[in-house]
Design a binder for this molecule. Structure first.
Ligand code: ZN
Length: 274
């Protein structure tokens, strides 16, 4: 199945570069019908028009559940430990938190900063296709309808305000979940387990890694969650961020900054900070 599904003003569209092809449904419905998307993609012909990043909404606007894996790249664990010296090691059980779906915005949407400790986290986001429970790792990729870029924007102060720390609200402020530009079927990337991932702030490279460094790969993350709860069509899994976050360097986001997030084969997002 091959397609790039996006959200133009609430309407499902196929997207290639700036060109779009309108579909007669909304994105939540469209993602449950990959075969139709594939067929339409194969015979798409002349585009219906062009669309800018800022005009695109989140490819999956209202998922039932949004999960975030924390501390899933070794260089990120090490940099965070240098800052707060808690002797972090690789947790035996996965570190999983919630991003509430209301934080989701499009690939060019402004990020509304609050306070002085907001931070970027470029991540591969996995989108669940069919309802999924109790799968093992060998079955997990079959349940993934697509991949996209995500920014797990984080208010570090709010994240650590409580004892013990509770990540959920600090990662769910309004506009703290840019995603896009499109939901890309996994077959359109060469190796979905090894994609270059990078993040720039104002043109300066801050993160630069590959998803093959994920300590818990995509199949393991999907299988783990599916054995605890039921995953629903359109559920999102933010898979964790590589080293280079601002928190580790004292470089927090400020108004006027532009965050550029890129993943090989999935395109790029550009989110201005306000
Ligand atoms: Zn994250």
């Amino acid at each position: 199945m091959s397609f790039r599904l996006a959200n133009r003003a609430g309407q499902a569209v196929l997207l290639e570069g700036d060109d779009y092809w309108a579909l007669d449904t909304d994105p939540m419905d469209a993602l449950t019908r990959p075969q139709e998307l594939h067929d339409r993609w194969a015979r798409r012909g002349a585009a219906d028009g062009q669309v800018s990043l800022a005009e695109l909404g989140p490819p999956v606007p209202v998922p039932m559940q949004v999960f975030g894996y924390g501390l899933n790249y070794m260089d990120h664990i090490e940099e965070i430990d240098r800052v707060d010296a808690m002797g972090r090691t690789v947790s035996e059980a996965p570190v999983v938190f919630t991003k509430f779906p209301t934080c989701l915005v499009g690939p060019g949407a402004p990020v509304q900063l609050v306070g002085g400790h907001c931070d970027y986290e470029c991540e591969l986001v996995v989108v669940i296709g069919p309802e999924t429970s109790n799968v093992d790792e060998s079955q997990a990729w079959e349940r993934v309808v697509g991949l996209m870029i995500g920014q797990d924007i984080s208010d570090r102060a709010l994240q650590t305000a409580a004892t013990p720390p509770q990540f959920n609200l600090g990662k769910s402020r309004t506009s703290f979940g840019p995603t896009g530009p499109a939901l890309v079927s996994p077959d359109l990337v060469e190796n979905p387990d090894d994609l270059a991932i990078s993040c720039q702030v104002n043109g300066e490279v801050r993160q630069n890694s590959r998803t093959s460094y994920l300590m818990r790969p995509v199949a393991e993350m999907v299988a783990y969650l599916s054995n605890i709860l039921t995953l629903h069509p359109g559920d999102l899994i933010f898979t964790g961020t590589p080293g280079g976050v601002g928190h580790a360097q004292g470089l927090y986001l400020k108004p006027g900054d532009v965050i550029r997030s890129e993943i090989e084969g999935l395109g790029a997002m550009e989110n201005p900070c306000v």
